[in-house]
Design a protein around this ligand. Sequence first.
Ligand SMILES: [Zn+2]
Length: 189
Amino acid sequence: MKKDAGFIVKTALVFCALSAAFSFAGTLLPERGPLGNPAGGLNLHEIGGHLLWGLVAGAVFLGARYVIITGLFAVLIDSDHLIALLHVDALSRMSHSILFGAIAAAVLMLAFGKRDARLGAAAFAGVLSHLSFDTFAGDDGKFPLFVPFYNHQIIFPNIDWIYFQVAAVMVAGIVTMLATRKRKIETSI
Ligand SMILES: [Zn+2]
């Protein structure tokens, strides 16, 4: 239990720091521009929605620690809005991208467990379910999803939330299936 709590806190902090750090890459892109006010994204309704969406996707992991971190990741990715406080030109919402999901998965696995595929999948599913709620919740479905290959915000209509959430559930489900199978094979040897 204590070990789980430590794992949850540490992975969540690293994910949050990574997202904030990654947003600085947005200052280097030629497509950068002035950033909006970051305070808008931080109300309770948004935080609750993101947490709920993340927990639902994470439920597929069938393990409390992974359910919780997926929920936290889905909230903490918005730390990439903090760069707006610095009044610099950047591409906004850099972490709302497939590239960030992959980087976060790789860094977390390197730091906390190279063989922990569910941890990597939780990072990726957290990002996807975050995009899902952003798309669902209204004027928010705008992300540079394919950075650095296409450095512009892509606009998704509200109804597209379902695709992001289904993708999150699938990432979690497939990795959990593979991880359980591997564990069964290992224990049967
Ligand atoms: Zn967001």
